[in-house]
Design a protein around this ligand. Structure first.
Ligand SMILES: Cc1cc2nc3c(=O)[nH]c(=O)nc-3n(C[C@H](O)[C@H](O)[C@H](O)COP(=O)(O)O)c2cc1C
Length: 151
């Protein structure tokens, strides 16, 4: 089972990473920190862009965990940017057979912020053919979502 955790936070060992660790407790997984990659915005076209590298890693995984801190009442720009970049070059259904979980936490997020982020992530998962396993916003939610990931 190849598990990839994509961390949208610049804090490699911050709250998002810690929550993902709780979710994936005891399982081997690779972490991809988006801040280590040059991922330009949708519509930009630079030779050193690394979207294809990230996509290849996502395609090689069986389980994807996307983690985001709440920034400005929503998912962070790095994660939203990744989702934007799928639009066009990646055909719908391209990640079929994979499972995806969303780790989403903030300092004091209101429920609507978390729900809005989850709506987008759920739609993203389903558009590209993945099974959406759920969202983890605090440690007490980790076990149930891990079960849905089959861990
Ligand atoms: C630019 C920025 C915007 C933020 N906006 C929010 C917010 O709207 N709501 C919230 O609850 N926390 C907000 N936070 C706080 C982070 O979500 C919180 O500190 C989170 O735990 C950071 O996760 P990390 O340790 O993985 O980086 C914001 C932080 C930053 C840097």
């Amino acid at each position: 089972m190849n598990i990839l955790f994509i961390n949208g936070s610049p804090n490699k060992h911050g709250n998002t990473a810690k929550l993902a660790e709780l979710l994936l407790d005891g399982n081997n997984y690779e972490t991809l920190n988006l801040t280590d990659y040059k991922l330009y915005s949708y519509g930009q076209n630079f030779a050193d862009d690394q979207f294809e590298e990230i996509l290849a890693k996502m395609k090689a995984a069986d389980i994807l965990v996307i983690g985001s801190p709440v920034y400005w009442h929503s998912m962070c720009g790095a994660v939203r940017n990744l989702l934007d970049r799928f639009y066009g070059p990646v055909s719908s259904g391209s990640l079929a057979g994979k499972k995806l979980a969303f780790v989403f936490q903030g300092a004091a997020p209101e429920a609507w912020m978390l729900e809005k982020g989850e709506y987008t992530m759920n739609r993203f998962a389903r558009l590209y053919g993945m099974e959406y396993a759920g969202m983890v916003t605090r440690g007490s939610e980790a076990k149930a979502v891990a079960g849905k990931l089959g861990l």
